[in-house]
Design a protein around this ligand. Structure first.
Ligand code: BGC
Length: 553
């Protein structure tokens, strides 16, 4: 598919406004899951024009940048993470002109734009894979085992369930760490490197400010593709490198992409979606000559409990400091159970967790709808499901950090807290306004049904209500900009009762009560912002259960 820009792109001439070097070190970046954000043409599926129309909302929320999930030409076997043409926009989402218009309008509003790049695999409808000779050079094909080659080449399992290999009608097998419609590229082939560098240049020339690199830990496989041992994959995931995840060889690729990013003006960034077994392994992805950020999934996977949270925070900060990088905090995304539900404490706990995250040193990613306090939708009927893992008959298995158990999300892809383990429940389209579905999402319906009781959660219903979660996020992001002590910089722990965390940033103290009941603390100062009202008796603050407070000190 060839797409042309119908008007000369101005994005090329107007990079994002420069708000100082290293803007990303403390940026708040908002993840737009395009399919579910805003629908401009009434087909029930969000699109790029819908995003563009809602940019004023993102500006008023106070974020620095948006990350757009894949909108490229794709058969949509995995929500667009199966790309058939990396330089074309899928007609579901619009046109290349719409992408150009969106980038330009975002820049005019002072928002940066990060796009997804999917280098571990393509769609099986990609021209390379459709051509049997090209495919054998550029993807991972192997003969099968067994007398007639009828068994897969090794025992690797797909993240979405079942074997990681599919046999072709020629009799050999190809590797797919994800769905069979997502064949793994062979990164030993220099043409693969050249193609991805060219794709990145294409989008950088269009003005994007960086890339979220999908499965950044996956491109390189151990030589010989060794067996893992039947039944061991699930237990090893998250605790050590696997022959297909977090191999040292991926770092050479990231170094080459850093050189490419640095060859463009304006601080363009790469953020790794890398599931590494430890904070120290994750920090390797953000060494000075590699990527700028790596999502901290160990924080995301941490239980809501003061002691383990403190350990994760300490480990993360120490690991990233050892390479001079900031830590990149995240609580929700399109692959995990929304934190309102996942943390098991409803909105109180979710609001507290968010204020904790936004008080920590470094940058943070928000996932669309968390600013509305949206819960996971847990009762989607089977017939509307789209997550390929649902149809592969098993809970996804991947590469989560320590602490993962069978109920929690390996690779962040499975459920937690009694959830069903699939990913449609966090992808339900956003409620913008009105009393009934589709709540202003678009003029038609919505590709996943929205709950009947989301009328109180719409942007419209929450705007201007100081007790709302939306206004809490707005105020938190405004304070983060105004208070020099927040964002990048140092923090130091302060004494606190068991179950409570207290840490100081310059001029600000953050207290977090992870207990389900009130905790007492000597009054530290004046409340700047709190996830719940904090009563004071004399010189004692009564921190409500599951709350977080920012104090001026
Ligand atoms: C993406 C998932 C996707 C998978 C395969 C993940 O990292 O976030 O949504 O299914 O990669 O591309």
């Amino acid at each position: 598919m060839t797409q042309e820009l119908t008007s000369p792109t101005r994005a090329r001439q107007a990079p994002a406004p420069d708000r100082g070097p290293q803007w990303w070190r403390d940026a708040v970046i908002y993840q737009v899951y395009v399919r579910s954000f805003a629908d401009s043409d009434g087909d029930g599926i969000g699109d790029l024009r819908g995003v563009r129309r809602r940019l004023p909302y993102l500006k008023s929320l106070g974020v620095d940048a948006v990350w757009l999930t894949p909108f490229y030409a794709s058969p949509q076997a995995d929500g667009g993470y199966d790309v058939a043409d990396y330089r074309a926009v899928d007609p579901l989402f619009g046109s290349l002109q719409d992408a150009d218009d969106l980038i330009r309008t975002a820049h005019e509003a002072g928002l940066r734009v990060i796009v997804d790049i999917v280098p571990n695999h393509t769609s099986d409808r990609h021209p390379w894979f459709m051509d049997p000779d090209l495919a054998r050079e550029r993807y991972v094909f192997r003969p099968g085992k067994g007398a007639r080659g009828e068994l897969p080449p090794n025992d690797w399992e797909s993240v979405f369930g079942g074997p990681a290999w599919t046999r072709t009608d020629r009799g050999d097998w190809y590797l797919h760490l994800f769905a069979p419609e997502q064949p793994d590229l062979d990164w030993d082939n220099p043409e693969v490197h050249a193609e991805f560098a060219a794709i990145m240049r294409f989008w950088l020339d269009l003005g994007v400010d960086g890339f979220r690199i999908d499965v950044a830990h996956g491109m390189v496989k151990a030589p010989g593709l060794p067996d893992i041992g039947r039944g061991r994959q699930a237990t090893l995931i998250g605790t050590q490198a696997l022959p297909f995840f977090d191999q040292d060889g991926v770092h050479a690729i990231h170094r080459s992409w850093r050189r490419l990013l640095d060859s463009y003006p304006g601080d363009r960034i790469g953020v790794a979606e890398a599931w590494a077994p430890t904070a120290a392994r994750l920090a390797l992805y953000v060494r000075p000559d590699e990527l700028h950020q790596a999502f901290n999934f160990q924080f995301l996977n941490a239980p809501w409990d003061a002691a383990p949270l403190r350990d994760v925070i300490d480990d993360s900060l120490a690991a990233t400091a050892s390479v001079g990088a900031p830590t990149t905090w995240v609580l929700s995304n399109h692959d995990v159970v929304r934190h309102t539900t996942r943390l098991g404490g409803g909105l109180d706990r979710a609001r507290a967790a968010t204020l904790l995250m936004l008080a920590l040193p470094g940058s943070a990613y928000l996932y669309q709808g968390e600013e509305l306090g949206l819960p996971e939708v847990t009762d989607l009927p089977d017939e509307v499901r789209q997550d390929p893992a649902f149809f592969r008959g098993g809970r996804p298995t991947g590469a989560a950090g320590p602490g993962t158990d069978t109920e929690t999300a390996p690779d962040g892809l499975a459920g937690a807290s009694g959830q069903d383990g699939f990913r449609d429940g966090c992808r339900v389209p956003l409620p913008w306004s009105g009393e009934r579905p589709p709540y202003g999402f678009g003029a038609g319906g919505s590709w996943l049904p929205q709950p009947a009781d989301w009328d109180a959660l719409t942007v419209e219903a929450q705007t201007g209500d100081p007790a709302s979660t939306l206004e809490l996020y707005r105020t938190a992001l405004r304070l983060r900009r105004e208070l020099p002590g927040l964002g990048d910089g140092r923090m130091s722990w302060r004494p606190a009762p068991e179950g409570v965390l207290a840490f100081a940033r310059s001029g600000v103290l953050c207290t977090v009560n992870t207990l389900g009941r009130t905790a007492e603390l000597p009054l530290p100062g004046r409340v700047l912002l709190s996830s719940a009202p904090v009563p004071v008796t004399g010189s004692t603050a009564l921190l409500p259960g599951d709350s977080c407070t920012w104090w001026a000190i």
